[in-house]
Design a protein around this ligand. Sequence first.
Ligand code: PEP
Ligand code: MG
Length: 891
Amino acid sequence: NTSGRPLVLEFHEGDRTMAELLGGKGAGLAEMTRLGLPVPPGFIVTTEACRAYLAAGGDPEGLWDQVDAALADLETRSGLVLGDPDRPLLVSVRSGAKFSMPGMMETVLNIGMNDEVVAALAERGEAHFAWDSYRRLAQMYGRTVLGVEGARFDDLLTEARADAGVATDAELDDAHLQRLAAAFRELIMAETGKELPQDARTQMREAVRAVFRSWNGERARLYRAHEGIPDDLGTAVNVVQMVFGNRGDRSGSGVCFTRDPVTGAPGAFGDYLPNAQGEDVVSGVRSPMDLSELHRRDPEIHDELTRHLQTLETHYRDLCDVEFTVERGRLWILQTRLGKRSPAAAFRIAVELADEGVIDLDEALTRVNGHQLTSLLHPSFQIGAASPLAGGLAASPGAAVGQLVFDAATAMEWAGLGRDVVLARPETSPDDFGGMLAAKAVITSRGGLTSHAAVVARGLGKTCVTGIEEMLVDPVGRVATFNGSHVLAEGTVVSVDGSTGEIFEGSREIQASVVATAIQATASDATTEPPADPTAGAVLRLLQQADKRRTMGVRANAETPEEARTARRYGAEGIGLCRTEHMLMGPRRALVERVVTDDDAPGALEEIEALALDEFTTLLTVMEGLPVVVRLLDPPLHEFLPDLVDLSVAAAVAAAQGEAEDPVAEKRLAAVRRLHEANPMLGLRGVRLLLVHPEVAEVQVRALAEAAARLLAEGRNVRPEVMLPLVAEVAELSAARERLESVIADVAARHGTTLDIPVGVMIELPRAALTAGALAAHADFFSFGTNDLTQTTWGISRDDAEASFLAAYREEGIIAADPFQTLDEVGVGALVRTAVEQGRATRRDLELGVCGEHAGDPTSIGFFAGAGIDYLSCSPPRVPVARLEAGRQAV
Ligand code: PEP
Ligand code: MG
């Protein structure tokens, strides 16, 4: 031991801050000992000793001297002696690492039992207890220390119960237990050629070594790999005086929480089993009773327990969970740690602790997170035991039930008849938009988490599961086949869980989110009563606190008036991204096709302008007083043009059937062939399209300026902004900007007024980030399009990467998270930082937003706060999540 750190510490020598050295359990026991709680005496063999043992393959020098000294002290405190038949001390030897690894490592109980001790105890009238403890020692020691297969002991137990004609181990009498102890020892001898040691100290040492070794057991290794726990921490070993809950009616064991971990309701909550040991409570062999049973049987003990729970909660200033045992009317606390809790409980407990003055509201804010809030906002299925038909990517959360349909037209038709439908497609295209709007949920066989189906569904707050590989959709035959053989016809009812990505056959019961309802009600009417639901009330309080603290603004990505209204109700402070191509989906798609294929372009443009005027007017009105960032058309053309292969096949079939040439079809085919791109995502989209076909941008900007001018004239405070997508080069920006400004100036002049419409640029290509200093000279603001920036920085397709290899990468551990979901700080983040730095160097007051999906991801928001971003813009349902996270980042 060269580090100088102790190999052994007694409980009263440690405290809660020492989990690294003492393990979580040991640190808790030490802290409780300091607090004067009734913890059985004991000591901790530290993680330092474990690491040294594993490194050297043997005992570290001085270990047993230190253990013996601590044991001597333990004997003094307990008044008992290890291995002494007159006053036998029994100890447990338990693992306990820094991070909880439940059940992954070893434990040996009843160390100190041997022939002499058992005989002496039996003589004093405790034969049953003595033989039961002895056979348990033989069983655990044999398995854990000597490596005898556990099932062999179980077989003998089963035989013993059969011989005795009883159903449970608890019913075995003294004689059975004695025979069982002997049988276990014979088994150990036969299997290993070794005796169960009679020397108590040998038992203890061997047990400690076995616990050390269990750190590297297969279960423990797998668990650590899964949980991301480092392999080199080692485990501590707790050696504690045994106390017994199975010594008659004034004995028992329990597990409890200082509050309800499911609902967060105040008051102790837990299970108690009279006349039982701790394992019996958790193993479920007997059904535990709630704590009121302890109160009924032993009110004094119950009161004492309640007092200790209060002490612990006040001390730890948080929900604690506690294991306890009552031995012949005496209460012992065996373990405590911070309690795991449901998202609903997390909010309620944090706020109630603040109300009780235990913590302040800022700290309460740090006790919850956006992931928890996300799960509280969506409708969900009632808990039930249904097994899914298939699973895919949880692309947009929520729960929905409806009849399967396989095309947008049927979805709209059936929804029009008042039916709930689930739209199933191989993948979605803009043509499906109407169907997506009409459906309760959208499910696709292909596509990742940022495929357009996923992005559109999230924006609409629509339940969506993508990439369901086990589902084969046949829109022509109107069936979907699951797992190769299970065929569901159109009209079959299915349930879709967008939070887990699971699809169920049949109808499952849905419950609406009380929290979402409460948030929306409050934002739209400040005078509403606080909600009756305590969790909803707590969420509102913490959102208020977050709003008070946060420095980042929160806007929404929204196009339709309905989305904009939802966004406002959720507290959005503007629209950070209006994707105008979404306004041109569904039947309007053809207008874009007509412009780019030059098929009566002027007529199509006129229609686009009229539609845009209408929509922008509504949007600006709904968002009155708040900024609305309109992004000019950014359609990857494959989403707006008919499929080249389909058209070619149709032409070939027509020709083969001897039909006369159709000049219209010919012209269309030629145009589509001319515009066809192998990589449309890297093709004629964004600012490029606007420079090649400036007339589209012009009509959009004219409509926006016109809508603004008219509304301003009516005295309405509207705040339009314009944004250019996919810019890579400053000359693109300056050329486009010049055109747009002259359009705005024209409109203003016609109205005899001036219009102040800021023009910004999306930073969504690496070259834009790397030349941001130059771009900033021509831009009023930046908005980071982290979806495309991720796509182009990694060189991976946002539509295909998940299915083609990202999922496999995550499974293999090559990447930890989907970069389209959680911002890749190292790569994409470096570009964001560069652009922020360069942009601000050029223009100190440059406004910086983020409008990619990452703006609504709790993990990524921490990065944006650190990078100096001014506002986040995310899909409307994620607005409260972004508010909460932005607040958390600021405290
Ligand atoms: C982006 O690329 O991050 C973005 C917001 O634009 P879109 O998702 O519409 O490409
Ligand atoms: Mg983009």
